[in-house]
Design a protein around this ligand. Structure first.
Ligand code: SF4
Length: 330
């Protein structure tokens, strides 16, 4: 099942809310330059969910944080509704800070243990001076209700809640200032499997109710498929494949995507028995001074000599399906 608001919606299809253009985020480290995000371009339409997947350390969280301005960009641009977010100032910056919110991976660490849940949720309301007094209380109650919690939870502290409930609090905090775009950075990875589906369903329901746009970062491909309209696969700082969710699972083109998908178990035991798993050899190379040519070269079962020297660009091979691999150059 994929997200319900995205590519099928003709309005969404014609209206990118976010464009990332040739974005680089490098960090100077003692033994070189860590190229966490290297020349990434993508565009996200209003109302869709764009899933971003890859192994840990592939740069997906850094990309999310650079989009949100938590990090400055080394090069390239992030355009939100046509404006370069890294150049925003004054009122425009304030508006952006309201329009784009983040839900973090770790619901335990992201909530201040000394604040009541009500004050945590209302933090953004206070910063932006949106409501006070009874209106503020009403808004907090409404938000608690929206995410499936109770009004009386407002006076309690984070340690009194389960992991799933804390993530609901994190979502309520993000929703408090009525954002248009939410970056969810591995929002369910720290939760029990039984709770993950509930939180994902909450994300989906809120998207329908509030026409939100999501950048949903995860390493779990199965979960991303369930929520995403389109998916981007990252490897060592670069996007290697972007496609509609169903298409990516039906016909993965990049050898890395194929390997990731082959690792997902299929619930049908008959099909599962006959499947061939692609085991990737070798470790992920370091993003510090990464190799030239295709970064997947050392682990790719289909590598060709030219792959070692020529860096493949992300090219469109079918409608809504892009891949960065020399196998699809012609
Ligand atoms: Fe493999 Fe070459 Fe394609 Fe890289 S460009 S994924 S090494 S076939």
């Amino acid at each position: 099942m994929t997200g319900t608001m995205g590519v099928s919606d003709s309005m969404a299809a014609s209206d990118p809310i976010l464009e990332v253009r040739n974005l680089q985020k490098y960090f100077q480290v003692t033994n070189g330059v860590l190229k966490a995000v290297d020349d990434v371009s993508l565009s996200i339409r209003r109302g869709e969910t764009f899933g971003l997947v890859g192994e840990s350390g592939c740069g997906k969280s850094t990309l999310g944080r650079t989009i949100l301005r938590l990090y400055g960009a080394t090069k390239g641009q992030v355009l939100f509704k046509g404006e370069n977010v890294h150049q925003l100032k004054g009122d425009k910056l304030k508006k952006f800070n309201r329009a784009m919110q983040m839900v973090f991976q770790d619901p335990y660490a992201s909530l201040n243990p000394r604040m009541t849940v009500g004050d945590i949720i209302a933090e953004g309301i206070d910063i932006h001076g949106l409501y006070s007094g009874a209106e503020r209380r009403e808004r907090v109650s409404e938000l608690l209700h929206t995410v499936g919690l109770l009004e009386e939870h407002a006076s309690r502290f984070p340690h009194e809640f389960s992991g799933g409930q804390r993530q609901r609090i994190g979502i309520a905090r993000a929703l408090a200032i009525e954002p248009e775009f939410i970056i969810a950075d591995e929002p369910v990875s720290a939760l029990d499997v039984s709770v993950q589906a509930q939180v994902i369903n909450l994300f989906k329901r809120l998207q329908q109710e509030k026409w939100l746009t999501y950048l949903f970062i995860a390493h779990d491909l199965a979960m991303v498929k369930y929520i995403s309209d389109r998916i981007g696969v990252m490897y060592l700082g670069a996007l290697v494949e972007v496609a509609r969710s169903n298409e990516l699972y039906r016909q993965p083109l990049h050898p890395y995507t194929e390997a990731l998908l082959s690792a997902i178990p299929i619930p049908d035991p008959e099909v599962e028995r006959q499947r061939e798993r692609i085991i990737l050899e070798g470790d992920v190379p370091s993003p510090i001074n990464p190799p030239s040519g295709c970064r997947f070269y050392a682990r790719c079962p289909k590598a060709m000599p030219e792959c070692q020297t020529e860096t493949p660009a992300l090219i469109q091979v079918e409608e809504e399906h892009e891949v960065a691999c020399h196998l699809y150059k012609y």
